[in-house]
Design a protein around this ligand. Sequence first.
Ligand code: GDP
Ligand code: MG
Length: 175
Amino acid sequence: IIARDMIYKLVILGDGGVGKSALTLQLTQNHFLNEYDPTIENTYRKNLLVDDEVVLAELLDTAGQEEFSIILDPYIRSGEGFLIVYSVIAEATFEKARALYKKVVYVKNDETPPVVIVGNKVDLERDREVSTTDGRDFAASMNAPFFEASAKARINVEDCYIELVRQIKKKRMQM
Ligand code: GDP
Ligand code: MG
């Protein structure tokens, strides 16, 4: 039996195709998902070592959602922390990230929800459309940690999730 406060519920949000499933599978199964199935939606469990403590992260990989759709609301409500992912090679997904953040604030009714911002696909540097500075500024504007990552090259994958657990821990201490 695992105590309830040992479980951290993380929800992965982001526009279609940004790499939510690839990041999640790289974390939980250590391999890169090449095929793109926009409909995959699943929950995964993974032990993470966060500051000398092993915690159980429950990851909800969302799919096919629009930021204005109410379909996302129950997912957001069920989550404690949010990995908001965009693709550094697709400007439009960066705009989506902003909208998703606002949605989290609204649905959780919390001005400072635990969030980590992730700019994925940095292995495709030649095709970059969103600069590191813009990503960092965006994250800073909501006081959220920021990572550029690559599910393919396995850059910063674990770090994003670990940092999100840290943010949730911080939040729990405030409550
Ligand atoms: P999702 O809709 O956000 O779940 O996106 P997926 O994880 O299914 O990824 C969409 C497509 O982008 C797939 O073809 C992946 O192989 C590819 N992809 C995901 N992450 C990366 C990455 O870091 N680098 C590269 N080059 N491709 C990626
Ligand atoms: Mg997916």
